[in-house]
Design a protein around this ligand. Structure first.
Ligand code: TTP
Ligand code: MG
Ligand code: MG
Length: 463
């Protein structure tokens, strides 16, 4: 392991909710919940103001509403989050060629490889400058962890939250890890966590005390060895710009075609379990479950399902594979079956399976239905105004949908650079109102194109 804390981990604070607050001045400092607003919706994230009430990611939306009835409830705007993520990742790439994104709002950076830092002092300076640059470019805050390994850098950024920087001095790692939950370690998802708890192992210290042999007995060879090393704070994993392993998969070819549907299902279940063992062995988790079926006539099909977050839970992979199998016709017999997991991450964020069918489907702005001109003039399609989406009014300018129902839509007229704005109500079919694209969170300086009334720093300062 290197001797200087030059691995940086960045994670944006309450990412989706912070973007919404930056774009909507009236929501700054307020409880904001972003997620699916339908009956089966779940919380994607909550602003720190809303977390005080106990609202958190993956919670059913109905429960969030009971806990924080006065919060603002908004649907996610993925395209906007992705564009801000690109800006942030761009800043990281200016620090080093070795940037490893883990999700939209999170990445590792090897500062040493970029020549940006070589000791504690230079690492701390680089981290502080990065936070300031992110804020200037996006009006958002991100938390930074610095350490000599990926595992500790990630733990450090969690401790820095929100809006902070924590550096873990080399040599202090084991003392720091000891009392923490085993779930803190990479590769310990909910299922492994349960398994260890049943064996009486709760903390990292207990994991280290259990010894390597016991862990291998409990978890298998690869996973046991790996976890024991992590428990001793030995983490040599390099920051990799491009993931070497894009997927983990297993497959079997059968001597005789399988015709029996029950037998096919059993084989798929077995493969799913084997695939998860490999995945865990590598300390990974993944978001996309892939099923491969080669039929009697050599026609090969793949089907996939993407979860809301990475998993390493055998039950989740098994069930997803079984669902995928349902959509495949195997009547002629199958000669090969495979199960894979891709979209890999080092960490299992949480068991997000409950969200698998969640947010995405409800939030997309409906495409204009195809209507022939004759019918269109008589019954114009009812326009939907998703909460939180931007709109433009010919007289009042740019705003966002605060709510709609019973043929009315309420709009708050404000922009990222403005003061909190006024609310007005319109009929949902008001021709003066139309959907609009999001505005940049930080308006460009006076020399450049953009709204000259708000200076570049205005948004950042008011937060
Ligand atoms: P996180 O970084 O886990 O959470 P966060 O940025 O909202 O809050 P913080 O890091 O300060 O604790 O996730 C990043 C984004 O990913 C989050 O803003 C929304 C989305 N997300 C989901 O949609 N569902 C989830 O269950 C989680 C955990 C995140
Ligand atoms: Mg975050
Ligand atoms: Mg994150």
């Amino acid at each position: 392991m290197r001797s200087a804390p030059t691995i940086l981990h960045l994670d944006m604070d309450a990412f989706f909710a912070s973007v919404e607050q930056a774009s909507k001045p009236s929501l700054r400092g307020k409880a904001v919940v972003v997620g699916g607003l339908g009956p089966r919706g779940v919380v994607a994230t909550a602003s720190y103001e809303a977390r005080v009430f106990g609202v958190h990611s993956a919670m059913p939306m109905a429960q969030a509403r009971r806990l924080a009835p006065n919060a603002a409830y908004l649907v996610p705007r993925f395209a906007l989050y992705r564009s801000i993520s690109d800006q942030v990742m761009g800043l990281l790439r200016s620090l080093s060629p070795l940037v490893e994104p883990l999700s939209l709002d999170e990445a590792f950076v090897d500062l040493e490889a970029g020549g940006t830092a070589w000791d504690e002092r230079s690492a701390r300076l680089a981290g502080a400058k990065l936070r300031a640059d992110i804020r200037a470019a996006t009006a958002l805050t991100g938390s930074v962890g610095l350490a000599a390994s990926k595992m500790l850098a990630k733990i450090a950024s969690e401790r820095a939250k929100p809006d902070g920087l924590v550096l873990i001095e080399p040599g202090t790692e084991r003392a720091l890890l000891g009392p923490l939950s085993v779930r803190t370690l990479p590769g310990v998802g909910p299922a492994t966590g349960d398994h260890l708890r049943r064996a009486g192992i709760h903390t990292v210290e207990e994991l280290a005390e259990a010894g390597e042999d016991e862990l291998v007995r409990l978890l298998g060879k690869a996973h046991g060895h790996g976890l024991f090393a992590m428990a001793l704070a030995r983490d040599e994993r390099p920051v990799v710009a491009e993931r070497e392993t894009k997927s983990v998969s297993v497959e079997d070819t059968y001597d005789v075609d399988i015709h029996d549907r029950v037998r096919v299902a059993t084989e798929v279940r077995r493969l799913a379990e084997r695939c998860v063992r490999r995945l865990r062995g590598a300390g990974l988790s993944g978001r996309t479950i892939v099923l491969k079926v080669r039929r009697y006539d050599f026609s090969t099909l793949t089907r996939s399902e993407t979860l809301r977050g990475p998993t390493d839970d055998p039950a989740v992979v098994r069930e997803a594979a079984a669902r995928l199998l349902e959509s495949v016709d195997t009547t002629g017999g199958v000669r090969l079956l495979g199960v894979g997991v891709s979209g890999l991450a080092d960490y299992t964020q949480e068991d997000l399976f409950a969200q698998a069918a969640g947010v995405d489907e409800e939030v997309s702005v409906p495409e204009e239905p195809e209507v022939s001109s004759a019918t269109a003039s008589r019954t114009p399609p009812e326009r939907r105004w998703p909460a939180g989406h931007d709109v433009r009014h010919t007289a009042h300018g740019h705003g966002w949908v605060q709510g709609s129902g019973l043929g009315r839509v309420t709009v708050r007229f404000e922009t990222p650079g403005s003061a909190p704005g006024r609310v007005r109500t319109f009929r949902t079919d008001d021709p003066a109102l139309e959907p609009a694209d999001p505005l940049p969170l930080v308006s460009r300086g006076p020399g450049e194109e953009g709204d000259a009334r708000a200076g570049g720093g205005a948004v950042a300062e008011s937060r």
